[in-house]
Design a protein around this ligand. Structure first.
Ligand SMILES: [Zn+2]
Length: 86
């Protein structure tokens, strides 16, 4: 099952969402303020936990469980991402 949940990720420094990144998004850079996220997309996601949590509220827990599973598999070796389970 695939979901269409989009969580906007914003730069922790300037709040823009205009990013450059390498192929697997293990490195991300903000095009606006040049902040580099050496932890990649997952570090960025850590700064956007509230956006992710908003998506939970908007889409409901069951859809978000799917979304979280797909993210978790993507970031399973990453120490930054932790999803709250109800
Ligand atoms: Zn920025």
């Amino acid at each position: 099952m695939s979901t269409n949940i989009n969580v906007e990720l914003n730069c922790a420094t300037c709040g823009q969402s205009n990013f450059d990144h390498n192929e697997d998004k293990s490195w991300v850079k903000c095009n606006n303020c040049d902040r580099e996220y050496l932890g990649g997309i997952s570090e960025l996601a850590e700064f956007n936990q509230s956006n992710i949590q908003d998506a939970v509220n908007d889409y409901g827990q069951s859809l978000v469980d799917e979304f979280a599973k797909s993210l978790e598999s993507k970031f399973k070796n990453n120490k930054y991402i932790k999803f709250k389970r109800k």
